[in-house]
Design a protein. Structure first.
Lengths: 261, 349
């Protein structure tokens, strides 16, 4: 099953943010969305998920267009991991993860034994069982991000859409989140994430999409898309792409060239 | 939600809930007995038991007939009305607070009470019967909360909590002036005293027939809130996240507002404006039971019923003339609101 975004235009009433975006992603693949601040990455994600109406084009999963599906049906296909914030009621972590089951329950039903098992399994997959009893508003930012990923997993989606999952995390937590992303993709989940760090794309992505002024300027495998030219176009600064030998493996990294002092 | 399958915190929370419910239930029973016993014609708890027992078994209780009349025709209906009004206002308040993610909203602050009061006054003004008065109260209450909500949505760039409260104040003031106009036009001998006294909030005129008429809409509001108790929690995440988790936010919000407004309108039609219950009680219930709506709703209902019954008993016994209920709750509610305004953000974290 393939997630396909076709010629999507997105924005808010009276303000178009982007247009003509086409993407495709297979099960088990990771796609990194790169783009400058305020470049419309979050708006694009929300439009793909149908949280804000598309201004043109469409999103399909397999043969099914999203706009013909109910909210619950979309949620059973695509899980959303928003940027972690503390603005919740003081629910326990387990309760927050259990909320991921909503799309599988009728309006008047309560989560049952099976739902609780799935929520517990989601916590285990992310490796945060020990947090189950903690209060969501009282754990660290990195832990919250993990909880939101676990909640999206409890949703049992086929596609995971993550909005800057490594933003505001320390280096260790960034690496941990990237490891989880890689492992989840191996289980057959298609994963889309946005990031500010092109190096992360080299680490985990099968495909890279680069958003510039609301248009998709590059889309393809990392080695072909992340080049000094495309980085200059998107970020407006000179960045060299170098190959290094890391852990017996050739790997590319981005090195910004600062103006000489 | 069996205790055995829960996490450690859940088992603890279940115990805490049981404790909170037990405290609230005990308080409630004590309040009911006190309310039935105390008054210008005191009846001892033993006599109350004897009269009720006699009523059920069809035997004789050997007490004056006045005692039975006071118990079944005057104090009994009033106690039931107080329980119902308190429970409904507290439940509606808890629902609005979760729905708007805002600890400072309640039926009175969102303009629902003023809207319902205006509708009901219009009904009295036109000399309609109670069903129509309640219908008017519901329609106007719904209109008021819709207006407040849309103002809150339209005005951006400010603290949303503040905007919602100010919109409630503004709409409340507008409705108040229309109400003043109705009073100005009302017959000063027959209608005006009734409207004025009723607006201050009072259960003095409660009769058994009103209770039956009010019970149905209160139940119609309470049942959907109870059925939606788990989904209500997801509304606390904000619209976009709730949608992303598969919730039809628009439909859920509409259902909850309709249910809570129906309950408010129904009780406002018999009690007049009794402010602050919907703000105060859910807040204390949250301190006792936590933010989970499945726990919050029953504890709010019990506490609201007990609290209003106590206040009403106080209102009719504290002096020789009856103190209007709304006046008493305002004396308790105003300092509480100021305290809440100063601490609300912290206490919700």
């Amino acid at each position: 099953m393939k997630l396909a975004v076709e010629n999507l235009s997105f924005g808010y009433p009276g303000k178009r943010v982007g247009a003509g975006v086409s993407l495709a992603l297979d099960a088990g693949e990771v796609m990194c969305l790169l783009g400058p601040n305020g470049g419309g990455k979050t708006t694009l994600f929300k439009t793909i998920l149908g949280l804000i109406p598309a201004q043109g084009g469409n999103v399909r999963f397999g043969d099914t267009p999203f706009d013909r599906l109910s909210r619950a049906e979309v949620a059973r296909i695509a899980g959303y991991v928003p940027q972690a914030h503390s603005g919740y009621f003081p629910f326990s972590v387990f309760d927050v993860v259990l909320m991921g089951r909503a799309a599988h329950l009728g309006p008047f039903s309560m989560p049952g034994k099976r739902d609780r098992e799935i929520a517990r399994a989601a916590l285990a997959t992310i490796g945060i069982e020990r947090l189950a009893d903690s209060i969501y508003t009282r754990i660290s930012g990195g832990e919250r991000q993990m909880v939101l990923i676990a909640r999206a997993l409890a949703q049992e989606p086929r596609v995971l859409i993550m909005d800057e999952p490594t933003a505001s995390l320390d280096f260790g937590n960034q690496v941990r989140v990237l490891e989880r992303i890689q492992r989840l993709a191996r289980t057959g989940l298609a994963i889309v994430l946005s990031t500010h760090d092109p190096d992360q794309a080299f680490l985990v992505a099968d495909r890279v999409a680069m958003l510039h002024e609301g248009r998709l300027v590059r889309f393809g495998p990392p080695a072909e898309t992340i080049t000094p030219e495309s980085l200059k176009l998107v970020y407006g600064v000179d960045i060299a792409v170098m190959e290094i030998a890391a852990a017996g493996d050739a790997r590319r990294v981005c090195v910004p060239a600062l103006a000489p002092r | 939600m069996s205790a055995a399958s829960g996490t450690r915190r859940e088992r603890f929370a279940n115990k805490r809930l049981l404790l909170a419910a037990a405290v609230a239930a005990l308080l409630l029973i004590a309040a009911i007995i006190a309310a039935l016993a105390i008054g210008r014609f005191p009846i001892s708890p033993g006599d109350i038991a004897a009269i009720v027992w006699a009523k059920f078994t069809g035997g004789a209780h050997g007490l004056p007939a006045t005692a039975e009349t006071v118990l079944f025709q005057i104090r009994g209906p009033r106690v039931i009305a107080a329980l119902m009004v308190g429970a409904a206002l507290a439940a509606a308040g808890a629902a609005y607070q979760n729905l708007f993610r805002n600890p400072l909203v309640s039926p009175d602050i969102l303009g629902v009470s003023s809207g319902a009061a205006l509708g009901a006054t219009l009904g009295i003004f036109l000399s309609l019967d109670l069903w129509w008065i309640q219908g008017f109260a519901f329609a106007f209450g719904l209109g008021a909360v819709a207006a407040v909500y849309f103002i809150g949505q339209a005005v951006r760039g400010h603290d949303p909590i503040l905007v919602l409260i100010l919109a409630g104040v503004v709409i409340g003031a507008l409705l108040g002036s229309v109400l003043a106009l109705l009073k100005y036009l009302a017959d000063p001998y027959n209608q005006l005293p009734a409207i004025t006294f009723w607006l201050l909030g009072s259960l003095a005129a409660t009769n058994p027939a009103d209770i039956a008429t009010t019970f149905v809409p209160v139940l119609l509001g309470l049942v959907p809130l109870w059925l939606l108790r788990w989904r209500m929690n997801l509304m606390a995440l904000g619209d976009e996240e709730a949608k992303a988790l598969g919730i039809n936010v628009t439909r859920l919000r509409l259902a909850v507002i309709a249910a809570a407004t129906l309950m408010t309108a129904a009780v406002v039609s018999i009690s007049g404006i009794v402010g602050w219950i919907g703000l105060l009680v859910p807040h204390f219930a949250r301190l006792l039971a936590g933010p989970n709506f499945a726990r919050l709703l029953p504890v709010s209902v019990l506490l609201g019923a007990a609290f209003l019954l106590l206040v009403d008993t106080l209102a009719r016994t504290v002096s020789r003339i009856e103190v209007p209920l709304g006046v008493l709750t305002a004396f308790i509610g105003t300092p509480f609101f100021i305290w809440l305004l100063a601490t609300a953000r912290r206490s919700w974290q």
